[in-house]
Design a protein around this ligand. Structure first.
Ligand SMILES: C[S@@+](CC[C@H](N)C(=O)[O-])C[C@H]1O[C@@H](n2cnc3c(N)ncnc32)[C@H](O)[C@@H]1O
Length: 210
């Protein structure tokens, strides 16, 4: 049986797509992914199965189709970082799939910051309540560690800043890394105080707090 591939396609721009990932995409008969990612590879002319955040449906589809066709499941960034790998590895045996790594959004954000990140706390509030991780974030900041947060529409930088200030954190330097590698990319320094309550629509965004 040919293993299906879970392919990390990086943060967006083709320059950040690994050649091995492009090879996996080109060898596949069928691509699965969000509409945004499938659009990126429309010129490959592959059959596609759009993923609309219905995880059980995606896993069932993989189960039913994996023996018939070479499938590539496309995910943004790296598949092992707040992505599909937990679900895939819970459902399928290890020899059923192969993982192609990708460059993660947090790696690009830290490259823009120009600092190493091995001592930092990496967290995500994409699809998870910030209340569940705020203690870890406060403790890390208190002990002098940098915190890198993947934000989402609900827990955007304004909401995260409001929670941190309400919990007593103040005077922190913050960088917002938005739409990384896209033409509209921005990387800007600000503060928790300036972001607090900001209701602006953020794009894909990684928040760095020091
Ligand atoms: C479900 S997580 C997936 C993370 C992905 N596996 C990775 O390694 O980057 C989605 C979050 O990643 C961040 N993200 C992904 N692509 C990004 C980009 N191009 N620019 C900024 N943040 C990005 C955003 O915080 C977004 O809400």
């Amino acid at each position: 049986m040919i293993p299906f591939k879970v392919v990390g396609v990086g943060p967006g721009h083709r320059d950040y797509l690994l050649p091995v990932a492009l090879k996996a995409i080109r060898e596949a008969d069928l691509l699965i992914g969000s509409c945004r990612l499938l659009d990126e590879f429309r010129d490959e002319g592959k059959e596609v199965f759009p993923y609309h955040s219905n995880l059980p449906e995606l896993l069932d589809f993989l189960e039913e189709n994996r023996t018939e066709r070479q499938i590539a499941v496309l995910v943004s960034g790296d598949p092992g970082y707040h992505s599909l790998l937990n679900a895939v590895s819970s459902r399928f045996p290890e020899d059923a799939y192969e993982v192609i790594p990708g460059i993660s959004s947090f790696q690009v954000a830290m490259a823009r910051r120009g600092k190493s990140w091995q001592d930092d706390l990496l967290v995500s509030c994409h699809g998870q309540d910030f209340g569940e991780i705020i203690e870890d974030v406060l403790n890390a900041l208190e002990s002098g560690r940098r915190v890198i947060i993947l934000t989402d529409h609900r827990w955007n930088p304004g909401a995260v800043s409001g929670e941190l200030l309400a919990a007593g954190s103040e005077f922190r330097r913050v960088w917002l890394a938005e739409s990384l590698t896209a033409p509209e990319e921005s990387f800007a320094e600000t503060t928790l105080e300036a972001l607090d309550g900001n209701r602006e629509e953020y794009r894909l965004c990684v928040m760095i707090i020091e």
